[in-house]
Ligand binder design. Sequence first.
Ligand code: FAD
Length: 370
Amino acid sequence: MNVATTLTACDFDEIDRISREELAAIANQIDEERIYPEDIIRAYGKAGAYATHAGGIDGNVDLSSAILAMARASEECLSTGFCVWCQDTLAWYLASSDSDFLKTEVLPKVLKGEALGGTGMSNPMKAMGEIEPMRLKGVRVEGGYRVKGMLPWVSNLVEDGYFGSMFHVDVEGSDTPKRVMAIFHAAWDGIKLKLDHEFVAMGGTATCNVQCRDVFVPDAYVLGDPAADFVKRIRPGFTLLQCGMAAGMIRNCIDLMKQVEGPLGHVNKYLDKQPADIEAEYDALVAEVLEMAKTPYDLSDAFYLRVLKARLRGGELAMEAAHWAQLHMGARGYVTRGAAQRRLREAYFIGIVTPATKHLKMLIAQMEAA
Ligand SMILES: Cc1cc2nc3c(=O)[nH]c(=O)nc-3n(C[C@H](O)[C@H](O)[C@H](O)COP(=O)(O)OP(=O)(O)OC[C@H]3O[C@@H](n4cnc5c(N)ncnc54)[C@H](O)[C@@H]3O)c2cc1C
């Protein structure tokens, strides 16, 4: 697939140039020194990477360009590809909301990469699936909510950044708390960020522990109260966008395998999987993802199930492709700066980031049993 011909609304030549000239040059440094490539994240914004999927629920919205731009970044570095997803997802929440304030005051800056941020929805998504308890709790006060608690990881987050998350609010006379989803501004009083980079890879993601101490969330920042309808609206797009990370990872692993066909093909041909095998699965996956990208606001269960299956396959194929890239490249890929070992460590992130492989399998099993 030629991604360059598929993108129209964002400047894919510029995204390609940034990825090839600027990002590729520092991918190892991002991995080793855990530096956050803020300039590159902002430059992608100037090139339109975050701006093509935010037409709003009534607009003619297509996620293809966003997914392909994210894939191009992920081909070089998954930390950066994940930050692109975080920024895309923040834009997705804002554009999908009914809040004129958020759409006029915050969204335009996010689309251009002038304001950065992401999402703290892993814990709420797992809480909604009854996998773990909700970490943020809110109480109603005049003009908004006061929220406290701690989110362990929010990526692509800087001191004046934004993120979407959710909190529980106790309801009088009911055992079941209400769920409220809102945008948080990291600069608000009571929010403290602490960088957490103790990971085997993905250290360039500006991932923070976010402590909330009686943070006032004004009503204007609320996305869904109660959150159920809004979550239903954003969940297919949220999940489908992540396939950009998988596509970029798989594409690069195929290229790594092909790179050693000359010197090692005579023996690599005995390996069970060849680049052409992975490529055939990649083409089918990308075609399915780009087809679904045209209707991200399809709220039917049938569509969401299809999205979950593509996301699951994307994660599995990314991990498989990285495994075969390592075996094809051999020792060349196993040295400290070898691409294959970095891709292998990064690829597992696609399998564990929410919705993780196990969470996806649980959701698919539940939907198929219903
Ligand atoms: C690099 C990175 C960036 C991330 N960025 C974001 C983000 O931007 N937004 C977001 O919402 N989430 C983020 N996450 C979280 C991610 O989406 C997943 O929730 C996480 O990887 C675990 O998911 P899981 O379903 O495999 O849960 P599991 O790993 O099965 O369980 C997770 C639970 O285990 C416990 N736990 C976690 N770490 C430890 C530990 N060291 N020791 C003991 N118990 C522990 C916690 O209670 C946690 O909730 C990030 C994670 C990583 C590694």
